[in-house]
Ligand binder design. Structure first.
Ligand SMILES: Cc1cc2nc3c(=O)[nH]c(=O)nc-3n(C[C@H](O)[C@H](O)[C@H](O)COP(=O)(O)OP(=O)(O)OC[C@H]3O[C@@H](n4cnc5c(N)ncnc54)[C@H](O)[C@@H]3O)c2cc1C
Length: 462
């Protein structure tokens, strides 16, 4: 082992890579890690963290409006986009420094450089123009927004990376895509006062989530003023003499906007890294193929996180890192568990969800009970805001297990985290029923829906 410079070399200093490097170093392993851009990776620098800060920023206009019903008079508000961007930059720089410091503090060595594989034990650090050797190599290079070269005028479009740092807040934007990133950004821009159009080629936004939530969110967003065009794509984007953009969307409508943001998926970072030369197998989409322990087809090379295109979420990348450490360094082979992952969409209103959607459950189980409540949350009574909260439990009639829990409304993400525990534990509807409610909360609805709203037997609603 000591013939190598490192016991472990990690390529990519994002959520997964930093966790693996830090924990391996804390175990006393000799660890090196290379990051080509900024430590913290997508989540910290241009993903979850800045996104959530912008979500908070975009919610204030509604808070100001809602305050009136509670007796407050709020003077006319104004918004300073460059100040938000600068404050966000300060916060992510703080987090970036912590990420790197934690690796160093555990005894790891950090490099600011792009890394490439030269052979199964040799990594070339391009920035430092040096080569290092390692017994084990972990690839955690994440992904990036999928480009859209077929779109005429794609060079005028931005992606989520650029959206965080626009010099000016646009007056009007078109966001193309129907996944959570597109939906979240559409809500952010709308909340900040930007005239927003969401264009999605599918029949309803947020595929793979429960249809009830998708439809209700769609309606609520439209009621707030976001324009949503489904079954539509942009056909070309042209720059106008006044610097604005014209975008032709399906159906012949031309939208004039200041920015077109494409959020049509993400692709793994596997190019120009020497992977082919070393013989690492990739999938058709360019993701690294791994076995259930995150090992590639080369024995000492592993891959975790978005670059493997399993489930593209920060906690999943971190979990895969921890399983990798158990397997590679603790003699305890541990496969990551990708089942029943709670997740949120920070739309407005928010979605929190865990487990099977109604449609998925109906495909897999003969007798499904749906418990559904749609109500105005208490905070909207005095505010007068005409917005409903939706809660839904999907229960297997035979085993009584709660298979899915889906929430649309304030704090849904926080609730999904807690619901992840009983669903992971396989608890039954009766376990929910005998749990005392917390009153007055919105979440109490989850333990007080005693009668099924409807059942679905052999695919038929009864
Ligand atoms: C806009 C947006 C919002 C998101 N919101 C959420 C959310 O709310 N919740 C959630 O759970 N997830 C969210 N995600 C997803 C989350 O950010 C990713 O799943 C997570 O960051 C994946 O971690 P990773 O370690 O696999 O990769 P990354 O965090 O992407 O890190 C990979 C790192 O590798 C570096 N790198 C790449 N190639 C090389 C190379 N050759 N040499 C050296 N370094 C290299 C990159 O610069 C990058 O820093 C969001 C993503 C985006 C884009």
């Amino acid at each position: 082992m000591t013939a190598y410079d490192y016991d472990l070399f990690v390529i990519g200093g994002g959520s997964g890579g930093v966790r693996a490097a830090r924990v391996a170093a804390a175990l006393g392993k000799r660890v090196g890690i290379a990051e080509e851009y900024r430590y913290g990776g997508t989540c910290v620098i241009r993903g979850c963290v800045p996104k959530k800060l912008y979500v908070y920023a975009s919610q204030f206009p509604e808070h100001f409006a809602d305050a009136a019903g509670y007796g407050w008079t709020v003077p006319e508000a104004s918004f300073d986009w460059p100040m938000l961007v600068a404050n966000k930059d300060r916060e992510i720089a703080r987090l970036e420094a912590i990420y790197e410091k934690n690796v160093k503090g555990a005894g790891g060595e950090t490099f600011h450089s792009r890394a490439m594989l030269v052979d199964p034990h040799v990594v070339h650090l391009l920035g430092d123009d040096r080569t290092v050797t390692a017994d084990q190599i972990l690839i955690a290079t994440g992904g990036r927004p999928a480009p859209h070269p077929a779109l005429v005028g794609h060079e005028h479009c931005i992606f989520s990376n650029e959206a965080f740092d626009l010099k000016q807040l646009p007056k009007a934007i078109m966001v193309e895509g129907g996944g959570y990133i597109a939906v979240e950004f559409a809500n952010i821009f709308h909340g900040l006062g930007v005239e927003t159009t969401l264009v999605y080629r599918g029949k309803e936004i947020l595929s793979r989530f429960d249809m009830d939530l998708r439809r209700t969110l769609h309606e609520t967003m439209e009621k707030k003023g976001v324009r949503i065009l489904c079954h539509a794509v942009s056909e070309w984007v042209r720059k106008r003499p006044d610097g604005r953009l014209d975008a032709l969307v399906t159906g012949g409508k031309v939208l004039t906007v200041d920015q077109v943001m494409l959020a049509i998926g993400r692709i793994p970072n596997t190019e120009n890294m020497g992977l082919e030369g070393v013989g690492i197998e990739l999938s058709k989409t360019g993701a690294i193929n791994v076995d259930k322990y995150s090992r590639t087809n080369i024995d000492n090379i592993w891959a975790i996180g978005d670059v493997t295109n399993r489930v593209q979420l920060t906690p999943v990348a971190i979990h895969e890192a921890m399983c990798f450490i158990e397997t590679a360094f603790k003699g305890n082979p541990t496969a990551p568990d990708h089942d029943t992952i709670p997740t949120a969409v920070f739309s407005q209103p928010e979605i929190g969800t865990v487990g099977l959607s109604e449609d998925e459950a109906v495909k897999r189980f003969a007798d499904i009970e749906i418990y559904r409540a749609s109500f105005r949350p208490m905070r909207h009574t005095l505010s007068g805001r005409d917005e409903k909260m939706l809660m839904k439990l999907v229960v297997d009639g035979a085993s009584r297990k709660v298979l899915g829990a889906h929430i649309l409304g304030p704090d849904a993400g926080e609730m999904a985290q807690l619901l992840g525990i009983p669903l992971k534990a396989g608890l039954t509807k009766e376990d929910f029923d005998r749990t005392m409610a917390v009153h007055p909360t919105a979440a109490e609805e989850l333990v007080t829906m005693y009668k099924p709203t409807y059942r679905v037997k052999d695919g038929e609603r009864v």
